[in-house]
Write a protein that binds this ligand. Structure first.
Ligand SMILES: C[S@@+](CC[C@H](N)C(=O)[O-])C[C@H]1O[C@@H](n2cnc3c(N)ncnc32)[C@H](O)[C@@H]1O
Length: 274
């Protein structure tokens, strides 16, 4: 690397893996450490040109970019006024702890979460996740929510962070398009959804549920779809708080779908009805 190879002068080349300017990017594979560090530090990590572009297009501001030389032509224009750090593939791996296939990382400023009442007022179809604590499921649910026209997502306090790197990547950056917020106290706070005019639908494979193909919302009705975690499913308290239980009928001998797959089926049903 070097300016003699056409590196623009405003690009900062980094050769020391301990350089403090790369602190945002250290130990990216340590989920425990990262999930404790990122939200209070007000940042998240976006990986790959497409996802970084979607973050910028959604109005997020970058703290910095870190990339290897190959990615400079596609990604440099996204930097805005953020510092752009260039490093070798080996150094990227040393700092982050993994081989960065997509070659470009951005440290992105978080924004405050929207106010629940405003979000409810502006929406008609929302997904409510209880204890969905797997980043890949959260990412896939956001991708489905964006693609199928859900207006917002509400998370119980123990749900995984939608802006954690793997969730962002699995969502293909669609996580930036769907507004979301957290609901506390859980599950008592669900009453606020009903007060805002939502019917609470519990998505559950339970036998006493209305089959989704038979479910018809009233004209203009607002719907909140409650989805539970892999394993336990919705808690008894969340099921009790719901107005209606709805199931996706399963073929003989199959208990349930993965939560993101169930979400996509239900999102399609409620966004294409009424
Ligand atoms: C893997 S399932 C949990 C299964 C759990 N044994 C239960 O009884 O809920 C995860 C979540 O996906 C949704 N889900 C999965 N399959 C479903 C189905 N056939 N009908 C309705 N919801 C379903 C529910 O919201 C559920 O809480």
């Amino acid at each position: 690397m070097g300016h003699h190879r056409g590196v623009p002068p405003d690009v900062i080349e980094i050769t020391d893996p301990a350089d403090p300017r790369l602190a945002d990017y250290s130990a990216l594979t340590d989920v425990d450490l990262r999930t404790k560090f990122e939200p209070p530090a007000g940042l998240f990590i976006a990986e790959g040109e497409l996802v970084i572009r979607r973050a910028v297009e959604a109005g997020y501001r970058l703290r910095s970019l870190l990339l290897s030389e190959k990615w400079l032509p596609g990604v440099a224009a996204l930097a805005g006024d953020a510092p752009l750090y260039l490093a070798s593939v080996e150094l990227l791996e040393q700092v982050t702890g993994f081989h960065v296939h997509r070659g470009a990382l951005a440290s992105v400023r978080r924004r405050p979460l929207p106010d629940l009442d405003g979000l409810l007022a502006a929406s008609r179809r929302i997904a409510v996740l209880e204890h969905v604590n797997t980043h890949t499921n959260v990412g896939a649910i956001f991708r489905g929510a964006a693609g199928l026209g859900m207006d917002a997502v509400v998370l119980s306090p123990s749900c995984a962070d939608p802006l954690y790197r793997r969730a962002v990547r699995v969502s293909m950056g669609e996580v930036f398009k769907v507004p979301y917020t957290r609901l506390e106290p859980w599950p008592r706070g669900l009453a606020r959804l009903r007060e805002a005019g939502y019917r609470l639908l519990a998505l559950t494979p339970g036998v006493d549920a209305v089959p989704l193909p038979e479910f018809r919302p009233a004209p203009g009705e607002r719907l909140a779809l409650l989805l539970g975690a892999e394993g336990p499913g919705l808690s008894p308290a969340a099921l009790a708080a719901a107005d209606t239980r709805v199931c996706i009928p399963m073929a003989a001998g199959v208990d349930s779908l993965n939560v993101a797959a169930a979400a996509a089926v239900a999102f399609y049903a409620v966004t294409s009805a009424g």
